[in-house]
Design a protein around this ligand. Structure first.
Ligand code: NI
Ligand code: MN
Length: 227
């Protein structure tokens, strides 16, 4: 049993869960930080936190080529279905579902979720994944919120948090988030893609070590963490 988390730059991750490939917010071809082309991505499932272009991005071509099931909120599920995606699963905030690879619960996020064509994309979210008894929280694009304490209840093995500021939590608020979430490991994302979200991640990681109980894991693009 193993779970490997790979960062592809920005908020794009893949998780290999005992051989099942999950891709979160697949932003490859327009992503200045990415080193992999969308055409080369393998996926069994695609998880979308919200509808913004830097998250939904390459979803349709990857889903069409691989046949991957797209897991998203209900509004994005219906939008993708109208675009021709036949293999989707809609959930809503607070709702969980036992997928073949593990349990997926959608969590709140304070952000927007309009779709690239201006359509209403429903509420933005994050994901609380329970995979092989491991609990992984993917915050999505969000501000800090104190109900993160509820997500931390029961323990978290990994939290994936945005730290880039401007569009999401910045480094200071991400440290406060760790006080609520108390994960064993924190992986930062949504930074350094563009100058407006430039962050010194190593300096932030040192503050995590000094000021929290969590272990920071700063991944290089295409770097992985296995738990
Ligand atoms: Ni966004
Ligand atoms: Mn974003």
């Amino acid at each position: 049993m193993s779970i490997t988390i790979t960062w592809h730059g920005h908020a794009t991750f893949s998780l290999n869960v005992n051989g099942t490939k999950l891709v979160v917010d697949p932003f490859f071809d327009g992503n200045p930080a990415a080193k992999v082309a969308a055409a080369d991505v393998a996926a069994d499932y695609i998880l979308l936190t919200h509808g913004h272009g830097d998250h939904i991005a390459d979803t349709l071509p990857i889903a069409q080529r691989t046949g991957a099931m797209v897991i998203s909120n209900f509004e994005i599920y219906t939008w993708l279905a109208a675009k021709g995606n036949a293999n989707g699963h809609g959930q809503s905030i607070g709702g969980g579902y036992h997928h073949p690879f593990g349990h997926v619960k959608m969590t709140i996020a304070f952000h927007g979720s309009s779709l690239p064509d201006g359509s209403y994309g429903g509420m933005p979210g994050g994901f609380l994944l329970t995979l092989d008894g491991k609990r992984i929280y993917i915050a999505g694009d969000t501000a800090l919120y104190s109900d993160m304490a509820l997500i931390g209840q029961g323990g978290l093995d990994v939290a994936i948090l945005p730290i880039g500021d401007n569009y999401t939590m910045g480094p200071d608020d991400a440290l406060l988030a760790l006080g609520y979430l108390k994960p064993k490991v924190v992986i930062p994302c949504h930074y350094n893609t563009w100058p407006v979200i430039a962050v010194d991640a190593e300096a932030w990681a040192e503050r995590v070590r000094q000021e929290t109980e969590s272990e920071p894991v700063v991944l290089a693009v295409e770097g992985s963490y296995t738990l």
